[in-house]
Design a protein around this ligand. Structure first.
Ligand SMILES: [Zn+2]
Ligand SMILES: [Zn+2]
Length: 115
């Protein structure tokens, strides 16, 4: 499952992977794919995206990054860390009595090809 996701720019749902694997003659079950995707995401290897009412997964870089997501074609680009966001987070968290653990910014928009 991981191999199938490496190198893809767009997130893929369990259903899509299932269809692809079936086409190659695999008899893997949909539930097995769901579990594999969830386990890989829990291990931090995949990032999850909401796409057309389903959860889709993408193999991302392991460095801290943010997401630019095309709402038309689903393309995901990785953006570098945002300068100053740690200070902002510390300030807002102190004001709201909140303990931040992790963060990732997801920006929705339209990619160049779709524009
Ligand atoms: Zn990511
Ligand atoms: Zn696009």
């Amino acid at each position: 499952v991981l191999q199938l996701l490496v190198g893809r720019e767009r997130p893929v749902s369990a259903q899509q992977l299932h269809t692809e694997l079936r086409a190659t003659g695999s008899r893997i079950g949909l539930t097995t794919i769901y579990r594999a995707l969830q386990a890989l995401a829990a291990a931090g290897l995949l990032h999850a995206f909401g796409w057309e009412g389903e959860t889709a997964y993408r193999f991302c870089g392991q460095d801290l990054h943010h997401h630019l997501v095309c709402r038309v074609c689903g393309l995901v680009a990785e953006g570098p860390p945002i300068p100053g966001i740690e200070d902002w987070l510390a300030e807002v968290s102190a004001e709201r009595d909140f303990t931040p653990e992790r963060h990732r910014v997801e920006v929705r928009g339209v990619c160049g090809a779709c524009t």
